[in-house]
Design a protein around this ligand. Structure first.
Ligand code: F6R
Length: 608
């Protein structure tokens, strides 16, 4: 979604802003712009389309001023266009502002401002902010921003520069992340640490309802009640190398191939082989409450929601605690019935997904224990939950989530194992699952060796317009995830179903033009899945089956098979998903799709 960058210091701002915006491209956007203070004028440029266009547009200009602010926009209010792109300016052209988030009461504010004579250029909700600041400005920009924000409902991460106070940048946040990078006589700002990590790893995370005045040497923070806030400097938990492609054609491929390491990192120091259990430091303070929960509600969106479904199977199977899985967007608005013995757990790669964050807030309002499973360290969900576990998968840049998913499932397996061992699971069973978990990274490595073969299947897939993904039990959510990966990056319509549900409707679609991907590993429902395969074959369907090594029964029936090593039933999703990620990736490559930035999608969905 939208991205923000800012710079103040001795160097010209433009190259730093452009570079930062490029680092945020992965988040998805449709237009971009910059504003810089140069020779006592406010220079501004913006444009619809990719950053490359903006770069060409300014390459011949000699803009070497500072400070400056930049933005990539993902349209919500008003079409993607030059006029609607940020930065936006006030009527005098002396104040420029970039904004992430949504101003919910903008219509009312706009009417009031127009009645006072303010002239609006764009259709955006954002523009009201800069006119409000203009209206309140007397001789103190910080005070004007404070007054403006006190009137605003909704979410914002904003940066403001102005000719009134040309040696500073103001930043404020509510619900949209902002981080300040502290350099030597210079400061950087961004909505995502990836935009500034090459300059500094010393950062200050802004909290909700804070407004910060930043000069090249100092930072002064206040809250929206105008009280002083003391901020501390932390270290960004990743380096420049980890956000680069390192020779891969796409981030998605790099991240798929990283999974032997990232799944290992998710287990590191947490898996206790001898005791046959796991220890999760982030949950220790609340462990007793979690263990005694009468019900666990896991809430998430998209791929993280698929991981949550696997978590439901894992925790119910190993720990016998009832689990419900809810789309965060539904949970937050349906006044859920919660009791003090419930625990709500949010799963989110980014830790910033607006609906998931709101679901956690809803849970906390109702007094239940709120936990977070996040990848991004210091993210809003990580900070707003009572306790939680980091995935340690490293930065995920590809819009289609891959390594975060397998780390989510590994982490859920660790939680289920630890809970199970304190409830019903024997030491022997615990040790067996722990051993299997330990061998997962090596097994993923083995699956990745089939990448070239999967690429040949993908070529066939790329000629189709639709596909059906089927799985049962632990692998039903993997069917959903495989279908989601295929549709989001290759634009082939794909549906995931529990295999047995096929005959209640989707079977009507099956003919020779409908590829069917079936996850058919030797688990408790293997024989049933073979029957489902027969049903597809009988109707002329084309079948790709994900099977265990040395499977002969399905080899005879399927058109193509991909083999995965044997593991514990409850851990198979961590393996079966890998060939489906590769299949989606190579299909998208054959179709010449923009794999890392699929159309209309954003990496972190910070609006409802
Ligand atoms: C799909 C994908 C999305 C995200 C969803 C939730 O590949 O990436 O469906 O899973 O937007 O995002 P997080 O996990 O950041 O809350």
């Amino acid at each position: 979604m939208c991205g923000i960058v800012g710079y103040i210091g001795k160097r010209p701002a433009v190259p730093i802003l452009m570079n930062g915006l490029k680092r945020l491209e992965y988040r998805g956007y449709d237009s971009a712009g910059l504003a810089v203070i140069q020779n006592e004028t406010l220079w501004l440029t913006k444009r619809k389309g990719k950053i490359r266009g903006l770069e060409r547009q300014i390459s011949s200009l000699n803009i070497d001023g500072t400070p400056g602010i930049g933005h990539t926009r993902w349209a919500t209010h008003g079409e993607p266009s030059k006029i609607n792109a940020h930065p936006h300016t006030d009527c005098t052209g002396r104040i420029a502002l970039v904004h992430n988030g949504i101003i919910e009461n903008y219509r009312l504010l706009k009417k009031q401002l127009q009645a006072k004579g303010h002239v609006f250029q764009s259709e955006t909700d954002t523009e009201v902010l800069v006119h409000l600041i203009e209206m309140f400005y007397k001789d103190d920009l910080g005070a004007a921003i404070l007054k403006a924000l006190q009137l605003v409902e909704g979410t914002f991460g904003i940066l403001v520069i102005s000719l009134y106070e040309p040696d500073r940048i103001f930043a404020a946040r509510r619900g949209s992340p902002l981080v300040i990078g502290v350099g030597d006589g210079e400061m950087f700002l961004a909505s995502d640490g990836a935009a500034i990590v090459e300059h500094t790893r010393n950062v200050i995370y802004m909290e909700d309802d804070e407004i910060v005045m930043i000069s090249s040497e100092e930072i002064q923070a206040r809250n929206l009640k105008d009280e002083t806030v003391i901020k501390s400097v932390e270290e960004l938990p990743f380096d420049l190398e980890s956000i680069q492609k390192e020779g891969y054609a796409h981030y998605m491929l790099k991240e798929i191939r990283e999974q032997p390491r990232t799944t290992l990192d998710s287990m590191r120091g947490r898996l206790l082989l001898e005791e046959g259990t796991a220890k999760l430091g982030g949950l220790q303070n609340v462990w007793d409450r979690l263990r005694k929960s009468r019900r666990l509600i896991i809430t998430a969106c998209g791929t993280s929601w698929h991981a949550a479904l696997i978590g439901e199977y894992l925790i119910e199977t190993l720990a016998r605690i009832p689990v419900e899985v809810e789309y965060a967007s539904e949970f937050r608005y349906r006044d859920p019935v919660l009791s003090e013995n419930d625990t709500v757990m949010a799963i989110s790669q980014s830790g910033e997904t607006a609906d998931t964050l709101a679901a956690i807030r809803e849970a906390r309002c109702k007094g239940v224990l709120a936990l977070g499973l996040c990848n991004v360290v210091g993210s809003s969900i990580a900070r707003e939950t009572d306790a939680g576990v980091y995935l340690h998968a490293g930065p995920e840049i590809g819009v289609a989530s891959t390594k975060a998913f397998t780390s989510q499932v590994v982490t859920l397996a660790l939680i289920a194992l630890a809970l199970g061992r304190e409830r019903f699971l024997s030491a022997e069973d615990g040790r067996s699952i722990a051993r299997e978990l330990k061998s997962i990274p090596e097994k993923i490595l083995g699956i990745l060796e089939h990448a070239d073969y999967i690429r040949t299947i993908a070529e066939k897939f790329s000629h189709h317009h639709q596909a059906l993904y089927l799985g049962r039990g632990f692998n039903y959510p993997v069917a959903l995830e495989g279908a989601l990966k295929m549709k989001e990056i290759s634009y082939i319509h794909a549906e995931g179903y529990p295999a047995a549900e096929m005959k209640h409707g989707p079977i009507a679609l099956i003919d020779k033009n409908m590829p069917v991907v079936i996850i058919a590993v030797r688990d408790g429902v293997y024989d049933k899945v073979i029957s489902n395969i027969e049903e597809v074959k009988a109707r002329g369907g084309w079948i790709l089956a994900v099977v265990n090594q040395n499977d002969t029964l399905i080899r005879e029936r399927a058109d193509e098979i991909v083999e995965i090593p044997v593991t514990a039933n409850c851990l198979t999703p961590i393996l079966t998903v890998v060939p489906l990620q590769l299949l989606a990736y190579y299909t998208a490559v054959y179709k010449k799709c923009d794999v890392d930035q699929p159309r209309n999608l954003a990496k972190s969905v910070t609006v409802e």
